[in-house]
Design a protein. Structure first.
Ligand code: GDP
Ligand code: MG
Length: 175
């Protein structure tokens, strides 16, 4: 519930990153608290809403999950238009997905919204034995691009709420 005097922020959030990195799983963990070992590839429109209440604001997220377009590595402008936050996801057990995450960030930078809150998400942290991307690499890239960095696991739920709370906090500051 919004308190009197508490700001209400409606924020569009877009998810970017290669297929299979866990974008849909992250959202389902956050919105529904569930995880599927065999998450079906997203087909068609995937749109979710979730509300987070902070002391300083109530943030209503409109979450746009990519629906297979990420395969072609180009998304329609309407996908980004009006976005307040962007979450770029890679899989720590796949160097290729990190390389592609960098491309997504370049594409985001080209959109030219300097106020965009951007998160670099190193997902599947539960796959530590298979890690191909070191924490420092992710952190450094995030820092160079004005993003915050976080390691998550949609499987174990590690840092999922923290990810969205951090975004909400930054939005509350920016609005
Ligand atoms: P998307 O294509 O980016 O939306 O990725 P999905 O959410 O469909 O996930 C792709 C596959 O990775 C599915 O089999 C998920 O169960 C699995 N997956 C997603 N997140 C995690 C995670 O944090 N850890 C592990 N081990 N598997 C995950
Ligand atoms: Mg998906």
């Amino acid at each position: 519930m919004a308190r009197p005097g508490n700001k209400i922020i409606q924020a569009k959030l877009v998810l970017l990153g290669d297929m299979g990195t866990g974008k849909t799983s992250l959202v389902l963990r956050f919105v529904k608290g569930q995880f599927l070992d065999h998450q079906e590839p997203t087909i068609g429109a995937a749109f979710f809403t979730q509300i987070l209440s902070l002391t300083e604001a109530t943030v209503k997220f409109d979450i746009w999950d990519t629906a297979g377009q990420e395969r072609y590595h180009s998304l329609a402008p309407m996908y980004y238009r009006g976005a307040a936050a962007a979450v770029v996801v890679y899989d720590i057990s796949s160097k290729d997905t990190f390389t592609r995450a960098k491309k997504w960030v370049e594409e985001l930078q080209r959109q030219g919204n300097s106020k965009l809150v951007m998160a670099l998400v190193a997902n599947k942290s539960d796959l530590e034995p298979k890690r191909e991307v070191e924490t420092e690499e992710g952190e450094q890239f995030a820092q160079e691009n004005g993003m915050f960095y976080i390691e998550t696991s949609a499987k174990t739920a590690e840092n999922i709420n923290e990810l969205f709370y951090e975004i909400a906090k930054r939005l509350a500051k920016a609005f």
